[in-house]
Design a protein around this ligand. Sequence first.
Ligand code: SAH
Length: 226
Amino acid sequence: MEESLIFKGLRATLVERLKEKGIRDINVLNVIARVPRHLFLPTGFEKQAYEDKPFSIACGQTISQPYTVAIQTELLQVQRFDKILEIGTGSGYQAVILAEMGAIVYTVERLRELYLGARRTFRQLGYSIDSSWSDGYEGKENNAPFKGILITAAIPQIPQKLLDQLATGGRLVAPVGKEDMQTMTVVEKISDNEFNTFHHHSPFKFVPMLKGTDSNIHHPAFLNKQ
Ligand code: SAH
């Protein structure tokens, strides 16, 4: 069988699993059925790409489990042409899922190697995703406000700066909690200073959201603060 057909079959099976696990948004399921997740994993691990598991990528980071990508995307309630900021580009898979949902996507990554890798992937696959090498704690002031902000790394609490960059009527989705376990948290911005917060039931484990980019490591001012 042609290789692309094998991957298509594996994706269809994955989508069935995601439905069993409670993913309902048909647009999210359709997008997962279409995007070749194997292109976001290191070469040689193509078959693992369609198991519902996280996977190690470069720099000790991970591409989230498909279920996690699906639930985060579903909770974000993405509409066509929504301006979305993703924090933690990693492999670039989640950003492409958002682009396929019809969003205008901005994504930021603190590690240069991952930023460069994802940028190459976006180009190769033909996506115009705005990606930058910067600290997600700063958000992306110049492009704010965002209809949605998706944080894909664990944070102890949601930074005020990111809530400020959220549009009224917008949503922020983030895994909030300690290093070993987080709760998926959704914050709706009702007005400039009114927020509605709720949680998704199951626990998650993300890599931590760290301050600064890896350029700071070589910066004397940063070293002094350590
Ligand atoms: N969304 C990714 C997976 C994210 S893993 C994917 O689809 O593959 C979390 C990512 O967040 C890691 O790549 C990590 O380097 C990045 N990260 C952690 N802290 C950050 C910060 N302050 N700003 C930007 N990226 C950050």
